[in-house]
Design a protein around this ligand. Structure first.
Ligand code: FAD
Length: 341
C-alpha cells in the first residue's frame, strides 16, 4: 500500500494547486481523478473558453490555465492517477485508507476532497442504444480541440449555452454546422441565440427544431445521422462526420455520500479556518465545499486549499511551527521550486 502526505480526490484546478501549496511545505501528494485528464471542469467542460478572473492573469483559456497549473507543480513530488474513482475510505488509527474502484489502496493522514461538482459524466442521448460505440470516431460530448471539427459536417445536439456557443464557434471552422433541438426555444444566452439565428439566415448553420436524433449511421466511424421531426414524425437522413452531444452533465457526489461527512446544501460542510470537514483529517476544498458566503470560483478554491495544507502539515508534524516564507525572497522555497541551487 502506497503512503502519501496528502491524498487528493480530484485533479481539477484546486486539486492541482494543492500540490503546489503542499510542495512549498515539503509535503508530497497523490492526485486521483476519474476523468482521463487533469483539469476538472476547465479541461472537460470549457477548455477553449476564456477566463478573465484569475488574479494577475488578465486572460487565459481554461486549458491554458490547467497547463499553467501543471507547469507550476512540475518541481514537486506528486503522483497523478487518472481514470480511477476514489470509492472507499476507512480509518486506521491516525491514518486514512483510501481505495479506488480499481482496487488501488493508499495510506494517508490527510484526504483533500477537491471533487468539484462530484464525479460528472456527460448525459447521453436517451433513445440511442450504446451511443459510445463510436466514441471519438465521430461521437463527442465536449469540444477538446476546435481543429478536430475543421472542414467537417457537424451536427450539434442540445438547447443550452454550450450547444449555442459551439454552434457559433464551430461554424467558423466546420464545412457546415447543424443544430438539433427538441423545441424552437433555447435555454442559453439570448445574444448567442440571436447570433445563431443570424448564421441560419446566412445559411452557415442549419437549424432542426423540433427534432431529435433517431439513429447514428456508421460502422467504423460516423458517416451520417437520422433525425426525427417531433411533430410530423418524419425521419430524414443526413451525411455527417461529427455528432456533438451537449445535453449537460450528470453530477453526482457518488461515493462521497457514503463517507459520513456532514453536508450542507448538498455540499460538504467545512470550517473556514482549516477547511476541515466534520471528520478529522478530511478536508474539502473548491466547488465541493459549503460555508457561509461560499462562491464557486477558482480563486476561492486556491485560498481554501492554501489554508487547508497548513493544517495537513500540523497533522503530519504535530507541535512544529508551519514554515512560512515569501517565494520572492525565501531561499528554501526557491530551492524547492528549483530556481536556485
Ligand atoms: P472541478 O474542476 O470540478 O474538478 C473536480 C474533479 O474531481 C473532476 O475532474 C472530477 O472528475 C473529480 N472527481 C470527483 N469525484 C471524484 C472521485 N470520487 N474520484 C476521483 N475523482 C473525482 N470559475 C472562475 O473562477 N472563473 C470563470 O471564468 C469560470 N468560468 C466557468 C465557466 C463554465 C462554463 C463553468 C462550467 C465553470 C466556470 N467556472 C469559472 C467555475 C470553475 O470551473 C470551478 O470553480 C472550478 O473548476 C472548481 O475547481 P475544483 O478543482 O474545485 O473542481
Amino acid at each position: 500500500m502506497k503512503e502519501t502526505d496528502i491524498l487528493i480526490v480530484g485533479a481539477g484546478p484546486v486539486g492541482l494547486f494543492t500540490v503546489f501549496e503542499a510542495g512549498l511545505l515539503g509535503l508530497n501528494c497523490t492526485l486521483i481523478d476519474n476523468l482521463d485528464k487533469p483539469g476538472g471542469q476547465c479541461a472537460e467542460l470549457y477548455p477553449e473558453k476564456p477566463i478573465y478572473d484569475i488574479p494577475g492573469v488578465p486572460f487565459q483559456t481554461a486549458q491554458e490555465h490547467v497547463d499553467a497549473l501543471l507547469k507550476q507543480i512540475e518541481p514537486f513530488n506528486y503522483e497523478l492517477n487518472l481514470s480511477q474513482r476514489v470509492q472507499l475510505i476507512s480509518k486506521d488509527g491516525d491514518y486514512w485508507i483510501v481505495e479506488t474502484n480499481q482496487g488501488d489502496k493508499y495510506k494517508t493522514k490527510n484526504i483533500f476532497i477537491a471533487a468539484g461538482a462530484g464525479s460528472f459524466e456527460p448525459r447521453r442521448p436517451a433513445n440511442i442504444e450504446n451511443p459510445d460505440l463510436l466514441l471519438d470516431k465521430g461521437i463527442t460530448y465536449a469540444v477538446r480541440s476546435i481543429d478536430h471539427y475543421k472542414d467537417k459536417e457537424v451536427f450539434i445536439f442540445g438547447g443550452g449555452d454550450s450547444a449555442l456557443d459551439w454552434t457559433v464557434e464551430l461554424s467558423k471552422v466546420a464545412s457546415h454546422v447543424s443544430l438539433v433541438h427538441r423545441r424552437d426555444q433555447f435555454r442559453g444566452a439570448f445574444k448567442t441565440e440571436q447570433e445563431m439565428r443570424e448564421l441560419v439566415k446566412k445559411e452557415k448553420v442549419t437549424l432542426y427544431t423540433p427534432h431529435l436524433i433517431d439513429e447514428i449511421i456508421g460502422d467504423e466511424k460516423v458517416s451520417g445521422v437520422k433525425l426525427k421531426n417531433f411533430e410530423t414524425l418524419e425521419i430524414t437522413e443526413h451525411k455527417a462526420d461529427e455528432l456533438l452531444f451537449l445535453f449537460g452533465l450528470n453530477k453526482k457526489l457518488g461515493p462521497i455520500l457514503d463517507w459520513e461527512l456532514e453536508l450542507e446544501s448538498k455540499k460538504i460542510a467545512v470550517n473556514t479556518s482549516t477547511f476541515e470537514t466534520s471528520r478529522k483529517g478530511i478536508f474539502a476544498v473548491g466547488d465541493i465545499n459549503h460555508y457561509e458566503g461560499k462562491l464557486d470560483l477558482i480563486l476561492c478554491g486556491f485560498h481554501e486549499t492554501t489554508l487547508a495544507v497548513q493544517e495537513a502539515y500540523r497533522r503530519i508534524y504535530p507541535g512544529e511551527r508551519v514554515p512560512f516564507g515569501y517565494t520572492t525572497s525565501n531561499k528554501k522555497l526557491q530551492k524547492k521550486l528549483g530556481v536556485v541551487d
